[in-house]
Design a protein around this ligand. Structure first.
Ligand code: VGL
Ligand code: ZN
Length: 208
């Protein structure tokens, strides 16, 4: 059992990121049993939830003539355009029905400002707007975060990097994550996470 200063951070295990969803991550639902089993090893579990208003700036449909998976320039920099996904209150935005984490203590929603995306659970894509997660974890006395969920190369990667940057000991459980893998983004994500001192483990080898 993990100690009181360690939290499991479950990133975006939502219907739209699972097969049949609007932005399905290949094999995304395969993380559900692993995340559930991991959850039983932690006293403290926190979830993130991608939570966009209709017409969000990250949706290709909000930019006439643009297609999903292209890139545009927004005020804060380049933005990948996605299919409409995780619209507030929709079934797609709901957690996967198989997720079984009744003791989860907080849900941090992100990406709810119409003009700002947020892959990270900590800081939105403008790199200024904070979700409150860092303050929440600090106030709770958390020093170490173990991260699992979707997608490895986007929300898991950005969340892990911001966790490490904020000074949390950061571990990513590789087999409890699945990737979108857009133009080599998965290899890049692991290179970035490794360079940031983030530990990459399997659920079986995780020592907590
Ligand atoms: C995500 C793309 C857009 C993710 C969220 O959870 O990785 N990816 N919104
Ligand atoms: Zn999103």
């Amino acid at each position: 059992m993990a100690d009181d200063r360690t939290a499991l951070l479950v990133v975006d295990v939502q219907n739209d990121f699972c097969p049949g969803g609007n932005l399905a991550v290949p094999d995304g639902d395969a993380v559900v049993p692993l995340v559930n089993a991991l959850g039983r090893r932690f006293r403290h579990v926190v979830l993130t939830q991608d939570w966009h208003p209709a017409g969000h700036a990250s949706f290709a449909s909000s930019h006439p003539g643009r297609k999903p998976f292209g890139t545009i320039e927004l005020a804060y920099g380049p933005q990948v355009l996605w299919p409409d996904h995780c619209v507030q209150g929709s079934t797609g935005a709901a957690f996967h029905p198989g997720l079984d984490l009744p003791h989860a203590e907080a849900v941090i929603r992100k990406g709810y400002r119409p003009g700002i995306d947020s892959y990270s659970g900590f800081v939105e894509a403008d790199r200024r707007t904070r979700t409150g997660l860092e303050g929440y974890l600090r106030e709770r006395g958390i020093a170490k975060v173990v991260i699992a969920g979707l997608a490895t190369d986007f929300c898991v990667n950005w969340t892990a990097q911001d966790a490490a940057r904020a000074g949390f000991e950061t571990v990513v459980v590789e087999d409890a994550c699945r990737a979108i893998d857009l133009d080599g983004s998965l290899d890049r994500a692991w290179a970035e996470m490794t360079a940031a001192g983030i530990r990459r483990v399997s659920a079986a080898s995780l020592a907590i």
